[in-house]
Design a protein around this ligand. Structure first.
Ligand code: ADP
Ligand code: MG
Length: 690
């Protein structure tokens, strides 16, 4: 058929593009990009802009500048601990400034005194002179070519270069006009959205910030729109299916509750009653349990699973990372032994050997195992359950939605419980969680030590580091969070790699510093996290990847650099990583902004620990345009959209979706065919790629 061609060009593998070979194709696949269309939806996370070179007298603290200059002499190389530092002096003809490169000793042989360069980097005042750190080095001719453009920076994995993605993207964009826009024209028109293909073209290679913002808005709208269409379809399907597995609450469940070392909080009791009513009521449970970090959701999951197992069914618990899955598994194994529970648990995750996995699969299929804990590995086609009665997802609502679609496709109807610590404002929760009944665990167990908070400026850093060293000496551990991974992603912000170098230089030799960030391979991330959990390292310098659910009770310090760059709800989540043990915990927010509002904005964090109040405040404060600074991360992370900054778009998309379903509940009208297809396409992805 003639009209098949455009679709084929888009659904072709990326290796179909000029210059993209098998090797690059594999790297793209590990980023979840297989087809040309998926590549078009691989969005930049930041942009580099190349402004006209300025003079030293134009430098401002913390800013990034390019300057035409000459080196006074060949830079000199010194070594501090394991690190090589190359330092020199340059002049723009009038003023002199210092330059420094870390761990790039080989640059020494490529730089010449007296030759003209354009150096571009972040500057800060050091004593009376300016210091430019890790500047990029350009010839004046090269720099002239870069001037005035905004170059995308893509999320990368080891081996995949930004330049490779840019080249592939140019090739992919040649096919962008073949894309059909699945969003109805009247909706695009009503919200003054950019056409889809134009939005993609501009998002990847914008001419300026304003165009980029409009392009992003269009793509953010689409993300919300299709997510909500998916949710509403599920809700319609759930309403249609009345009969679920009817279970009973048995005596052993109550006897177990009686033997716990602590009484459940009032909130836990209430939520447990709601869960029990769902599971025993004859319908299918679709429930979200929302509760702040530390409110005690795991025990509720365990009890729900106990009910399922007591009734002769299997129960599965799915966590977003291998580390969390392993943590849950250990908790379950320990409790099973301690309380003589009927669980026969198994851990199913990417770290299992092929043999272990095969054995686990056969035990799951035979029903020999009744409690399966793991990552999304436990929702793959190879996993056949004997009698799946309950599925719980921890900290991953979005994944939960897809997983339910997946189960529905396999014809299974287990009860579903979603657990979330993301405190989002009620108005947004009603939209985002519209497919679920919501239970709130709005009370913390009594007797928790309150985290002590400090909101400080960068001049406090040496004191904070000394404090961390002291805590480490006392056997405690600390997290330090930086907004970016490496130099140059965000103007003037700290980055994990350089920060870890600086920090380990400042710490006593005995303090073991490690790093963790999103570009590390999954196994390396897990290993870094496990080393920290086993106290083989003392300080973990990390991006926000550490945010979700990790439990290291011995960590007592959370230090957040450039705190002004995070949403306050996110700061609250980060803070939740400490205060989980017996010891007093501390959270240090380092505000490096001179703007008065930045400090004011964060004050609420020092006043309350109530995640919902903080989330409401966050919603009030954030405006569109914050995006592509620090990304919202965690379970509600969208690719282009941000639930806080784009709350207005979320509401628009929600109203549109409501209107469509009011008119055509099964999306069966001809004019809705593209929508139906789009929903199906995102609804039934290969679970292995999730
Ligand atoms: P989260 O809701 O963040 O997942 P967890 O379930 O990990 O929280 O619980 C945090 C800690 O609180 C765990 O060590 C757990 O044993 C403990 N806990 C849970 N419920 C209670 C309670 N009612 N009283 C005292 N401690 C509790
Ligand atoms: Mg938890």
């Amino acid at each position: 058929m003639a009209d098949r061609r455009p679709q084929a060009e888009l659904s072709a593998p990326v290796t179909d593009l000029k210059g993209i070979g098998e090797k690059t194709g594999k790297l793209f696949a590990s980023c979840g990009v297989r087809t040309v269309e998926e590549l078009l939806h691989y969005y930049p996370r930041a942009y580099d802009s190349y402004a006209a070179p300025c003079f030293v007298r134009d430098f401002r603290e913390g800013g990034r500048f390019a300057v035409s200059c000459r080196l006074l002499r060949v830079p000199s190389l010194t070594h501090a601990r394991r690190y090589a530092i190359l330092s020199g002096e340059a002049t723009d003809g009038t003023d002199v400034f210092r330059v420094q490169w870390f761990n790039q000793p080989y640059l020494k042989n490529t730089l010449y005194a007296g030759r003209e360069y354009v150096l571009r980097g972040y500057v800060k005042k050091k004593g009376r002179s300016w210091l430019m750190e890790q500047p990029g080095i350009h010839t004046p001719e090269d720099y002239a070519l870069l001037r005035g453009s905004l170059l995308p920076r893509y999320p990368l994995v080891k081996g995949l270069k930004n330049a490779t993605v840019i080249k592939a993207m140019h090739a992919a964009l040649e096919r962008v006009s073949l894309l059909d826009d699945p969003v109805p024209e009247r909706i695009v028109g009503a919200h003054d959205l950019m056409p889809l293909s134009e939005a993609l073209r501009i998002l990847h290679f914008p001419s300026d910030d304003e165009a980029q913002a409009r392009a992003r808005r269009r793509l953010a709208f689409d993300e919300f729109f299709f997510f909500l269409l998916g949710i509403r379809s599920l809700k319609a399907a759930a309403a249609a299916e009345e009969d679920g597995i009817r279970m009973e609450r048995t005596d052993p469940v109550d006897s177990f509750l009686g033997r716990l070392p602590f009484p459940l909080t009032g909130a836990q009791k209430r939520v447990l009653a709601e869960i029990t009513a769902d599971m025993t009521g004859g319908g299918v449970m679709h429930r979200l349990v929302q509760g702040d970090v530390g409110s005690g959701k795991t025990i509720l999951a365990l009890i729900a699973m106990l009910i399922a197992v007591e009734n002769g069914h299997q129960a599965a618990l799915m966590a977003p990372t291998q580390v969390l899955a392993a943590q849950h598994y250990e908790t379950f194994a320990r409790m099973t032994e301690q309380y003589d529970l009927p669980f026969r648990p198994v851990l199913l995750s990417g770290t299992c050997s092929a043999g272990e996995r095969r054995q686990a699969l056969s035990r799951i299929a035979s029903g020999n195992v009744n409690c399966v804990i793991g990552t999304n590995a436990l929702m793959q086609d190879a996993v056949q359950y004997r009698s799946l009665g309950l599925v719980i997802t921890d900290e991953q609502h979005r994944f939960g939605v897809r997983q339910r679609e997946y189960l529905a496709r396999k014809g299974e109807k287990p009860h579903v419980l979603v657990m979330s610590a993301t405190p989002i404002p009620r108005t947004l929760a009603m939209i985002l969680y519209g497919d679920l009944q919501v239970s709130l665990v709005d009370e913390l167990p009594a007797g928790r030590k309150k985290i002590k908070n400090a909101l400080v400026g960068p001049e406090y850093r040496p004191k904070a580091w000394a404090f961390i060293a002291k805590q480490a000496a006392a056997g405690r551990q600390a997290y330090v969070i930086c907004p970016m991974i490496e130099e140059g992603e965000l103007a003037g912000a700290e980055n994990v790699l350089d920060y870890a170098v600086k920090l380990s230089e400042a710490m006593p030799e005995s303090v073991r510093v490690d790093i963790l960030h999103g570009q590390m391979r999954a196994e390396d991330k897990d290993r870094a996290m496990e080393r920290f959990a086993r106290h083989e390292t003392d300080v973990l310098v990390s991006t926000t990847v550490v945010e979700v659910g990790v439990n290291v009770p011995n960590a007592t310090v959370m230090m957040i650099e450039n705190a002004e760059r995070f949403g306050i709800a996110q700061l609250h989540q980060l803070r939740g990583r400490v205060g989980r043990g017996e010891e007093q915990s501390y959270c240090i927010f380092v505000n490096t902004s001179e703007a008065e509002e930045a400090g004011k904005r964060m004050e609420i964090l020092t006043k309350t620990n109530d995640g919902f109040r903080i989330a409401d405040e966050d919603l009030k404060q954030r405006g569109p345009g914050d995006l592509f600074g620090v990304r919202q991360s965690g379970e509600l992370a969208f690719r282009a959209a941000d639930i806080y900054a784009d709350a207005d778009l979320l509401r628009l998309a929600s109203a549109d979706v409501d209107a469509i379903f009011a008119e055509d509940p099964s999306l069966s009208a001809d004019r809705h065919a593209p929508l139906r297809e789009a929903v199906e396409k995102c609804a039934f992805p290969d679970p292995a790629t999730l």
